[in-house]
Structure formats: structure tokens, C-alpha cells
Design a protein around this ligand. Structure first.
Ligand SMILES: [Zn+2]
Length: 334
């Protein structure tokens, strides 16, 4: 559908985006259902504004089982003093709020994967309506967008901030400067295996500076990765000229994903034996995991080998795998 022919979003914000101070409110999304006939999904949002200046859009919970972003952003919304702000910070700690409340990657309402639902539809499913609101109402306000991800219940990552290789090299350079400012232990030049429908792609096509992260995983968060998230968001806001004061930059090491050979997928079902831990060096041909058949004793395991030299940047988290699961991702150290 042409954007000009689209009906307005059904989502109603209870905050004003041009009002100074701190506002805690909701994006109210009408959702009629058995337990609430004229009910709504109430997506928490905070707006912290102090005069004119750039706007940052900070998001977590794009996938509902990733926690560093929501922890850092609920905390930031509660603690940031608007006197330290020049401009506007829009914080949505749990974008796909139904998924976040269910603790699942996708929405329990419509099974929507928000990060495959962009640009969205105002007359679509609940997840498509959320995507549409970000596309048409929130992203246009933003100068810089920081969207937190982690591995969720099925993946675990070395902690990194990332941006994508873009056709517009000025936009790309500014995104990588913001990634560097985030100063996670690792910084990634990221390749997507499935970029259609992503929030990232929609924001980048609008010319926005877009930074994402993968900060851990396993359906939880660790003290170390939460500290990286809290430090990183302040660093990016400081880098953007939106917050003043002291920030703590740390050394970061750059990783590259030069091709699809970074990814290893299971072709067998079974129990995975990790042979290499996250962050460890891997060499081309090295066995990085084995998949043991579990139906009987005496059967040989399938071997997963690294297809390039680098480090193990991500791994499958649960102990059982099935064909098609992403079991390992290598990153090339620059
Ligand atoms: Zn995610």
C-alpha cells in the first residue's frame, strides 16, 4: 500500500513529543479480545526533553526474550535528569510489549516477529501495527536510533554493538562512529542473513544513524552485559550531543562478517557439544561443535567446522538442536 493511502495509526500516545521535562506514559494500541472487549495493549514509553537539539530513539524488547536493552532502558527512563539533556530522548524499553510480557521472541497474539514486520501496516496484526507506528511516527523524529538486541533463548553472543555496511558511505561512517562510541568489548560490521522486514533496514532507508547490539543471550542477562548496555547507551547519547557530563569509553575490538560463511547451520538433530567457547579463536576447518545423535548409542556425531579464521562470536544456546538451527557464527577480527 502506498504510504499516502494508508489510514492513520490506531496507536494513541499518552505523551507529547514536544514537551520539556520527563513524561512516563504509553503507546495505547487498541486490541479487542475475550478478556477486554474495548481493551488495549499498553506499551510503556518515556520522553525526556530539554529544549531543541537532536532526538535519540532508544529501543529494547524488539524481541521479547532479550533483556539487556529493557533493563538499561527502564533504568535510564527512571534516572536520567532532563537538566543533563539537550534535545529529546524517546525511550521504548519493550517495543514488542506482548512478546516481552510473554518472555518470547515473537508475539503471543499473532506470532509476529517485530523485526521481520517492518515497515508494518496500520490495518494489520498487532505486531504490524507496532511496526507501522515506529515507521511513520517515531523514526521520522529521530536523528539517531539505538536498538538493543541479545541472543534470546536460543543464541548467545560475545557482547558487541554493530552497524551495517550501507550504500551511503557518509551515513555508514556516522553509524560506525556511534558504534565505536558505544564502546562494547566488540564492535561488528554486520551482515544480515535475512534483512527483509527489519527495523534496522527501515531506519537506514530513511537515512537514520542506526546502531544495534547483540550483548549476550540465553534468555537472560548477566551483570557484565547489563553494565555494557548501561554504559553504551550513555556513551551514544553523549556522542550525539544529547547528554552532557562524564562518560566512560573503553577499548573495543572490531569484528567483520565478510560473507555467509560466518554462519554454521545444523543439518542434523541431536545434542550439541560445544568445542569452542565464545570469544575463543577459531581456524578454518577446525571442529567447533559436534551434534550427537541421541536415539541410540554407538552412532558417530556430526561435525560442525569453522569455514574461516576468526573468533566464535555466537553459538546456539540450548543443548538440543534440530536441522536448520544456527549453531555458530564466526567473526573475523580486524
Ligand atoms: Zn533480537
Amino acid at each position: 500500500m502506498l504510504a499516502s493511502l494508508m489510514p492513520p495509526s490506531p496507536i494513541v500516545p499518552t505523551v507529547a513529543f514536544d514537551k520539556d521535562g520527563v513524561q512516563h506514559g504509553f503507546l495505547r494500541l487498541p486490541y479487542s479480545r475475550d478478556d477486554s472487549a474495548w481493551g488495549s495493549v499498553m506499551i510503556p514509553i518515556a520522553v525526556i526533553r530539554n529544549g531543541s537539539g537532536p532526538t535519540a530513539l532508544l529501543t529494547g524488547g524488539n524481541h521479547g526474550d532479550e533483556y539487556e536493552g529493557p533493563i538499561a532502558l527502564f533504568d535510564l527512563a527512571r534516572t536520567l535528569d532532563p537538566r543533563d539533556v539537550s534535545g529529546t530522548i524517546i525511550i521504548v524499553p519493550a517495543m514488542n510489549y506482548p512478546a516481552f510480557r510473554a518472555g518470547t521472541r515473537t508475539s503471543p497474539i499473532d506470532k509476529g516477529n517485530l523485526n521481520r514486520s517492518f515497515p508494518g501496516r496500520p490495518d494489520g496484526t498487532v505486531t504490524q501495527k507496532i511496526a507501522d507506528y515506529f515507521t511513520r511516527e517515531l523514526l521520522p523524529r529521530a536523528d539517531i536510533v539505538l536498538d538493543f538486541h541479545s541472543g534470546g533463548k536460543t543464541l548467545d553472543f560475545v557482547p558487541f554493538a554493530a552497524a551495517h555496511i550501507l550504500a551511503d558511505k557518509t551515513q555508514e561512517a556516522r553509524a560506525f562512529e556511534a558504534v565505536k562510541a558505544f564502546s562494547a568489548p566488540w564492535s561488528m560490521r554486520m551482515l544480515e542473513i535475512d534483512a527483509v522486514g527489519m527495523y534496522d533496514t527501515t531506519a537506514e532507508e530513511m537515512g537514520k544513524i542506526f546502531v544495534t547490539t547483540e550483548l549476550g543471550g540465553g534468555g537472560t542477562a548477566r551483570a557484565e552485559t547489563v553494565a555494557i548496555a548501561k554504559r553504551g547507551v550513555m556513551n551514544v547519547l553523549h556522542h550525539s550531543g544529547i547528554v552532557s557530563g562524564k562518560v566512560e569509553h573503553r577499548e573495543t575490538r572490531w569484528l567483520d562478517m565478510p560473507s555467509g560463511d560466518c554462519f554454521a547451520f545444523a543439518e542434523d538433530e541431536g545434542m550439541i557439544e560445544t568445542m569452542t567457547d565464545l570469544g575463543d579463536p577459531v581456524t578454518k576447518g577446525q571442529i567447533i561443535a559436534r551434534i550427537h545423535p541421541v536415539g541410540r548409542t554407538g552412532a558417530a556425531p556430526a561435525e560442525i567446522r569453522a569455514k574461516m579464521d576468526g573468533i566464535l562470536a555466537a553459538r546456539h544456546f540450548p543443548g538440543l538442536v534440530k536441522p536448520g538451527d544456527c549453531v555458530a557464527v564466526a567473526g573475523v577480527v580486524e
